[in-house]
Design a protein around this ligand. Structure first.
Ligand code: NAD
Ligand code: MG
Length: 399
């Protein structure tokens, strides 16, 4: 680790972005080059005051103008940019060493991919980018000697448990040296809810995760277990594993963040408090270790650790994610797009929680099947799948 690494935080105002700045603050592990957000002027202003980054980006032009005038009035050195192109610009600037990719959803794809093409060290929280463009993304990482460090806690755990010579893309194949990875899942807030009550759960209840505090979209994804479906696809790409070598296990306590099983019967697990500052600190300091600010694990007073098979009737979204992983590129794009559309509609009170898998399933089965070889094709498939998902929403509204 270099104490002087320049860091761009994409999605600085979100749950992961705020935790990243918290770790940087307490550890001094880097300097902030740029901070970006969609439209949250007040939080980005506060963050600019503290960090004095070279650039601040607000995608929304009106919000950017407001931030620029506030910062100028304070004599701030920070230059304010707007528009989606500016996200790539501040991720790829030659002064940047490290990019925290923490935009939520498909919006994170292009700047994260551009950072890979610019050969950056990428701390990858934005799992949707890998779900949509896994092959293209991993190819860009290999060809441009970028470094990708998973921040999703499960993938960070797997990374830590893998043999050192096969952790990074382009090194020895992981598949031969291990038997399988065991991807753990808390099961979210509805693990024990009577099945018939799922229909009437509110967005507020879906966002109340028992162990983690996160942004709204990933909270709903955790409640439906679509999050684990996306993570299943993410694991296949990150570690070049076939779906048959990825196994999902419910572990309600969220203490074991995932495991790797070896051919000799050894199982290596990574454990810790459920606090995203742990994987974030790991990524920032890798290959060294720094304090993260998270509570240390007290195994004596922790609850008993339990593990069980996921119930695919309760969590059809997990099955859909696993099916998409087996079918490949275009299906993964469709599942991700339909899920984003459905979750937004659920949060807005337009559909029921149990409609989410219906929208995804229909979209997935209607979506085009073709090779997703370029960003342009990926973005077109994404737009087409959103269109199909919106038609599903209209059909649900009529029924
Ligand atoms: P969040 O909703 O709290 O924050 C999202 C950030 O992205 C905000 O800064 C927002 O301004 C920005 N953003 C949203 N839409 C944008 C757009 N169209 N263009 C540019 N910027 C935009 O989300 P989060 O919970 O911090 O999650 C971020 C990513 O990290 C997601 O992909 C999520 O799956 C992943 N992740 C999060 C957690 C967690 O604990 N929160 C854990 C693992 C993985
Ligand atoms: Mg996760």
């Amino acid at each position: 680790m270099s104490g002087a690494q320049w860091v761009t935080v994409l999605g600085a105002t979100g749950s992961i972005g705020v935790s990243t700045l918290d770790v940087l603050d307490s550890s001094g592990a880097g300097r902030v080059f740029a901070l970006t957000a969609r439209h949250n002027v007040s939080l980005l202003l506060e963050q600019c005051r503290r960090w004095q980054p070279v650039y601040a980006v607000l995608v929304d032009p009106q919000a950017a103008a407001e931030l620029a005038s506030q910062l100028a009035a304070e004599g701030s050195p920070t230059e304010v940019l707007s528009g989606t192109d500016s996200l790539s610009r501040v991720a790829c600037d030659e002064r940047v060493d490290t990019v925290m990719a923490a935009i939520v959803g498909a919006a994170g794809l292009v700047p994260t991919l551009d950072a890979a093409r610019a050969g950056k060290k990428i701390l990858l929280a934005n799992k949707e980018a890998l779900v949509m463009a896994g092959e293209l993304f991993m190819q860009a990482v290999r060809e441009n000697h970028a470094t990708i460090l998973p921040i999703d806690s499960e993938h960070n755990a797997i990374f830590q448990c893998l043999p050192e010579q096969s952790r990074l893309p382009g090194q020895a194949a992981v598949g031969n040296s291990i038997r399988r990875v065991l991807l753990t899942a808390s099961g979210g807030p509805f693990l024990e809810l009577p099945l018939e009550d799922l229909e009437t759960v509110t967005p507020e209840r879906a966002c109340k995760h028992p162990n983690w505090s996160m942004g709204q979209k990933i909270s709903v994804d955790s409640a439906s277990m679509m999050n684990k479906g996306l993570e299943f696809i993410e694991a296949c790409h990150l570690f070049a594993l076939p779906p048959s070598q990825v196994n999902v296990l419910i572990h309600p306590q969220s203490i074991v963040h995932s495991m790797v099983e070896y051919h000799d019967g050894s199982v290596l697990a990574q454990m810790g408090s459920p606090d995203m500052r742990v994987p974030i600190a790991y990524g920032l300091a890798w290959p060294e270790r720094i304090p993260s600010g998270a509570e240390f694990l007290d195994l004596v007073s922790s609850a008993d650790l339990q593990f069980r098979q996921p119930d695919l009737e309760r969590f059809p979204c997990l099955a859909l994610g696993m099916e998409a992983a087996a079918r490949g590129g275009a299906t993964c794009i469709a599942v991700n797009a339909a899920n984003e559309v459905a979750v937004e509609a659920f949060l807005a009170g337009h559909i029921r929680f149990t409609d989410i898998p219906l929208v995804i399933r229909q979209t997935m089965h209607q979506a085009a099947c073709r090779e997703a070889e370029t960003v342009a094709i990926i973005l077109r498939l994404d737009a087409e799948a959103r269109q199909l998902a919106n038609e599903q929403l209209e059909a649900l509204a009529r029924s």
